[in-house]
Write a protein that binds this ligand. Structure first.
Ligand code: SAH
Ligand code: SF4
Length: 409
């Protein structure tokens, strides 16, 4: 990248206050910020010249000082059932994925927050890559931009049809793609602001969900920065088992995590429940007793529970639960009074499976090497691509009653 380009400020990742500050610095009126924001995020226009309600002189100044730089889409894959996956190359050179699961005219988009993840949960292919880089705000919000505006021809995106609605409308966003969103705090918070900003995507706070494995200090300060919905990846009813599955539990045990989540929920002005995610692995955490223990653990913790059948990937060492253990598990929780949803599998032909980030993931860390050696996976041509399946992006878009799993009916 040339240094001239690097010096330009990328407007794609600016929140409204940041954009207003920029225009103030340029000696312009702050309302220019809302104009720009609507062009970029609502109309999908990234060419200053097409922004017809902005004077030529200002457009020229913007051209000199700023740019609207989208993350590069390496591949866009449609599935036969309407799901769609974008493979995006971020500035570090790594690839991440976003998956759109349509529901009629609307859809849920799973977004990545990091390339790789340092937390190394035992069942997660992203964790097996190790950590590569944090995504910038532009790279995070860029995934939503592509889902809403991608696939249009340049003439459609050049602003000549500014009132046009995009073909695909994302109604819900879940930060359940690659990475731990709360370990990339500020860029993720700014991206959430843009998702919920009326002049940008205008999504309701009930329809934007952060999923975390339980980074307690970040959950405790979350209320200072957002009022988005929250999902907690629990996966086990006791610390001994969770220590094995989610190594972060050794630092922040279940009680502390639940306490932090309760604190966040209590800080919200409206009544909302967190979603408890529970990835089920055969013979590991899918016994009836685990379900009973989970019901006891969550007895005084208002929440909804989403059961996620494990998505297998090469050499993971885990298996999916059987249909009967899944239904027994669910039945026990329902009898105990919980609302339980089970994540469905779709888009298998593009390896997205609504929860499966199947990607040939760039592999640049020592941990991946150790994992490969341990797993005995073959490495070819220097081994920059090893995993054929990286399934950690799992979303339940609709419960059997047609309710939103996070926000209710
Ligand atoms: N780091 C965050 C968000 C990304 S992971 C978190 O852990 O919550 C999103 C969800 O996918 C998590 O609930 C995670 O536990 C789940 N997941 C990861 N690997 C999976 C797999 N192989 N099969 C099913 N679910 C998986
Ligand atoms: Fe990271 Fe989430 Fe995967 Fe755990 S499940 S390794 S926290 S992305």
């Amino acid at each position: 990248m040339s240094s001239a380009i690097a010096e330009k400020i990328n407007l794609l990742g600016l929140t409204l206050p940041q954009m207003q500050a920029l225009f103030r610095e340029m000696g312009e009126k702050p309302f220019r910020a809302t104009q720009l924001m609507k062009w970029i995020h609502q109309r999908g226009v990234v060419d200053f010249d097409a922004m017809t309600d902005i004077s030529k002189a200002l457009r020229e100044r913007l051209q000199e000082q700023a740019e609207i730089r989208l993350p590069r889409v390496v591949q866009e894959l449609p599935a036969s059932d309407g799901c769609r996956k974008w493979i995006i190359e971020v500035e570090s050179g790594s690839r991440v994925e976003a998956v759109l699961i349509p529901e009629g005219e609307r859809g849920t988009l799973c977004i990545s927050s990091q390339a790789g993840c340092i937390l190394d949960c035992s069942f997660c292919a992203t964790g097996k890559q190790g950590f590569d880089s944090n995504l910038t705000t532009a790279e995070i919000i860029g995934q939503l931009w592509w889902a809403n505006h991608g696939g249009r021809s340049p003439s459609e995106a050049d602003g000549k049809r500014p009132g046009r609605r995009p073909d695909r409308v994302v109604s819900n966003v879940v930060m359940m793609g690659m990475g731990e969103p709360l370990l990339n705090f500020d860029p993720v918070m700014d991206a959430l602001d843009l998702m919920m900003e009326d002049n940008a995507y205008g999504l309701s706070k009930r329809r934007v969900t952060i999923s975390t494995s339980g980074v307690v200090p970040a959950i405790r300060k979350l209320h200072e920065r957002t009022d988005a919905s929250l999902a907690l990846s629990l996966h086990a009813p006791n610390d001994a088992l969770r220590d094995e599955l989610v190594p972060l539990n050794r630092k922040y045990p279940i009680r502390e995590v639940l306490d932090a989540v309760s604190g966040y929920m209590a800080s919200l002005p409206d009544k909302r429940m967190p979603l408890i995610e529970y990835t089920m692995m055969a013979g590991v955490n899918d016994h009836r007793q685990h379900a009973r223990d989970l019901a006891v653990l969550l007895k005084d913790f208002p929440c909804k529970i989403n059961l996620i059948p494990f998505n297998p990937f090469d050499q993971s060492g885990y298996r999916r639960p059987s249909a009967s253990s899944l239904s027994n598990f669910r039945g026990i929780l329902q009898e105990a009074g919980f609302t339980v949803t089970v994540r469905t599998t779709r888009a298998e032909d593009i390896g997205a499976a609504c929860g499966q980030l199947v990607g040939e993931v760039d592999d640049r860390t020592r941990r991946s090497e150790r994992y490969r050696n341990k797993a005995g996976a073959s490495v070819s041509g220097g081994g920059s691509r090893v995993f054929t399946k990286a399934d950690n992006l799992a979303v339940e878009v609709r419960s059997e009653h047609g309710r939103d799993p996070v926000t209710g009916p």
